[in-house]
Design a protein around this ligand. Structure first.
Ligand SMILES: Cc1cc2nc3c(=O)[nH]c(=O)nc-3n(C[C@H](O)[C@H](O)[C@H](O)COP(=O)(O)O)c2cc1C
Length: 438
């Protein structure tokens, strides 16, 4: 949803029962960082007052086409220019008809004609009105002009009918608004991403773990989805909400994580092929686990000043995925406390990764629990003298860092036309597997 930050959303409210939901929608949009201005039809004002929407949007609500207070009395042009996205929600059958016909007989419809940015309608009406061929033809016209149609949903309606025509919930509408601003860099791509720590059980009440908060992985999952990818987020035990429209799989141990990763990658490759599948390993996986998990809580004996634990090696998840015959593009992470870049470059080559992002977790201002991060990213590039490409991402919020990582990732994917085919000599996508040359 971070793509709505500072976006200008012009919300058109028309005359229907669902107009009350526009109040919640404004709140959601503003919570996501958008600025909201509202334009209402005359009929809409019979369903919800401009005062309510003014209070929620923090801006005066616009209702008059002939508004002497607007600069140069051209309110419709000012509003239309201001809007990054013009969403009409709820959109009545009447408003949809007028928009499709290009009628400009009130402020909302005149703004619509004058607006050159993104446009969307969220229909809300009785199921019979929705099914009427006139309504459907009008929506087809709008779609052909590039207007996004959000919903409608189906279910019991205010009039007692059951069927299609319900306005989508505010949270869904806000998510669809955010999608209008996605970069499209990962359209058609499946991303399987691991995040957070693992827990390795010692006994029924104790475990070995680490300080990973999962914030970087969750931010990256959201950034990938915003860039158009379908995302499966495999999360260790963290207290973070699941980003919208991201499929989450919760795991506990490193062995769980490996099994869930293999399953998710297999499913993603089956859907889009290995060349359009990306595996991102941000999880802080425990390198070792107790050799024996006690069936009961380990008790301290009176004379036991020390306790010896035998640890065994956990599977290397990122290397396992990179070693698959149907390997996806693999991005690893390295969190180090010293010689950060050296370790990262070594890991890139040793584990045959396509990219590695490393950060210095000894710094208190970035890393594990922080909301900020700073990273250096390496990838194999046979065309460069050192055989490695390098990008430095200066300290920024994890959301911003995540977006930059998405851009670097997208640049390493083969062009979609060639997806699934061996790269031609000289094809830049060849560098995906050039780590053998390091
Ligand atoms: C109580 C009531 C509820 C209505 N609900 C809807 C509705 O949900 N969807 C719709 O398209 N029209 C609905 N209408 C009809 C519209 O209000 C009517 O078509 C009006 O002209 C729409 O004007 P507008 O598009 O300028 O806002 C309703 C009318 C009434 C009286």
């Amino acid at each position: 949803m971070a793509r709505l930050t500072h976006k200008h959303i012009l919300l058109g409210v028309t005359g229907g029962i669902a107009a009350y939901k526009s109040a919640e929608l404004i709140r959601r949009l503003r919570d996501a960082g958008a600025e909201v201005q509202v334009v209402m039809t005359e009929a809409a004002q019979s369903f919800i007052t401009p005062l309510t929407l003014q209070a929620l949007s923090g801006n005066p609500v616009h209702v008059d086409l002939l508004d002497p207070t607007a600069e140069a009395a051209m309110g419709h042009i000012e509003l239309a220019r201001w809007a990054d996205l013009f969403l009409v929600a709820p959109a009545s059958a009447d408003a949809i008809a007028r928009l499709a016909q290009g009628i400009a007989n009130d402020l909302l419809t005149t703004c619509w004609l004058a607006a050159a940015g993104k446009k969307a309608v969220a229909p809300a009406m009785n199921q019979q009105m929705w099914a009427d061929p006139a309504t459907q033809a009008n929506l087809d016209t709008l779609r052909q002009r590039g207007v996004a149609v959000f919903g409608p949903g189906a279910g019991v309606q205010a009039c007692g009918d059951v069927g299609a025509g319900r306005l989508l919930e505010a949270v869904e509408l806000a998510g669809l608004c955010a999608d209008q601003f996605q970069s499209g860099q990962l359209t058609g791509v499946e991303v399987v991403l691991t995040a957070g720590p693992t827990r390795e059980a010692l006994d029924p009440v104790r475990y070995l773990s680490n300080h990973s908060s999962g914030k970087m992985g969750f931010a990256l999952a959201e950034a990938c989805r915003e860039a158009g990818a379908r995302v499966t987020l495999i999360a260790g035990p963290v207290h973070l909400p699941t980003p919208e429209r991201v499929q989450r799989v919760d795991i506990t141990s490193a062995c769980d994580l490996l099994a869930a990763s293999e399953t998710a990658v297999t499913q993603a490759v089956a859907r889009v092929g290995s060349a359009r599948t990306v595996f991102i390993a941000t999880a802080a996986v425990a390198d070792y686990r107790p050799a024996r998990v006690a069936g009961q809580k380990i008790k301290k004996g009176d004379k036991d000043d020390t306790l010896e634990l035998t640890l065994i090696r956990n599977p290397d998840i990122v290397a396992s995925i990179a070693a698959r015959a149907d390997r996806p593009l693999v991005m690893g992470f390295a969190a180090e406390t010293h010689a950060v870049e050296d370790y990262a470059r070594d890991k890139l080559a040793r584990k045959r990764l396509d990219l590695i992002a490393c950060n210095d977790v000894s710094r208190s201002d970035i890393g594990f629990q922080s909301d900020d991060n700073a990273m250096v990213v390496f990838w194999p590039d046979a065309a460069l003298p050192a055989g490695v490409g390098r990008a430095e991402l200066a300290k920024a919020s994890k959301t911003q860092i995540a977006r930059q990582l998405v851009s670097l990732l997208a640049a390493r994917l083969p062009a979609s036309e060639s997806a699934g085919h061996a790269p031609a000599p000289g094809d830049p996508s060849q560098t995906r597997h050039a780590d053998e040359q390091l």
